[in-house]
Design a protein. Structure first.
Length: 252
């Protein structure tokens, strides 16, 4: 495979680690993605083993982009909300690169990666002003763009809402754990979006994560939000694609 056209993307989440080679020209996976369950506890060593399994599945030998569910600065983990605390302070790129036999690795916040992909190849393409992508899954991730430029590591899922951390009230995991109906969950999402809109006044909300495949079940139920609300077009592959894009940019 031509590494100039294809870069590997791996998306580390609270429930799964999934990855595939990405065709950078098309902004989509070049092969069907491979997924393993995120280990529990999600310690650095255990997660890196999962990443190695996903990358090894394809016999990959080029640059690798990796997402992480937390604040990332200079490839180092600063927060770890839905994985083991032992990640904090770890140079994740070096750790993963060592496990992968020295392959070049770049690490980026998971929602930021999804946002980069959506702004270039998906629902945010050609959109200016303020755009916010929100990924609903184990937690709530966020990516904030102002005139097409990423403001990294916003972590808006940790905003306080009615005395609770927002992602503890409105994530997909909460919907599943509490067996909330779509209308009930949509009301929670609506309150969260209203709070974020009050703070940032975006023109567009992009709703990502696995639940974006079922956008018709809850987005039409959300009322009172001024911003346009659309589902992510790359759906649950956005993190993989964005991770590969960030890695390719780092290689350049």
């Amino acid at each position: 495979m031509n590494a100039m056209r294809n870069v590997f993307g791996v998306d580390v989440g609270g429930t799964g680690i999934k990855g595939a080679p990405v065709d950078l020209a098309r902004g989509d996976v070049a092969q069907e993605r491979h997924k393993v369950l995120t280990p529990h506890p999600a310690t650095p060593e255990a997660v890196v083993d999962g990443i190695a399994e996903v990358v090894g599945h394809f016999g990959w030998s080029g640059p690798v982009g990796m997402t992480f569910p937390g604040v990332i600065t200079a490839n180092t983990v600063r927060t770890a909300a839905n994985v083991a605390e032992k990640w904090v302070g770890v140079d994740a790129a070096r750790l993963v690169a060592d496990r992968l036999g020295g392959l070049p690795v770049t690490v980026v916040n998971d929602a930021d990666a999804a946002g980069v992909a959506e702004m270039n190849f998906g629902a945010g393409r050609g959109r200016n002003g303020t755009v916010i992508l929100l990924t609903f899954g184990t937690g709530i991730g966020s990516a904030l763009f102002v005139e097409g430029r990423l403001v990294p590591n916003t972590e808006l899922g940790h905003l306080e809402l009615n005395g609770h951390e927002a992602e503890k009230r409105a994530s997909t995991k909460v919907k599943e754990d509490k067996d909330l109906s779509w209308p009930h969950w949509a009301r929670r999402v609506q309150k969260y979006l209203a709070h974020v809109e009050m703070l940032f006044s975006p023109e567009l909300f992009i709703i990502g994560g696995g639940v974006s495949r079922k956008a018709d079940k809850f987005i039409p139920l959300i009322e009172g939000i001024t911003a346009e609300i659309v589902p992510a077009e790359l759906q649950n592959n956005a993190g993989i694609v964005g991770a590969a894009m960030v890695a390719a940019a780092a290689e350049r």
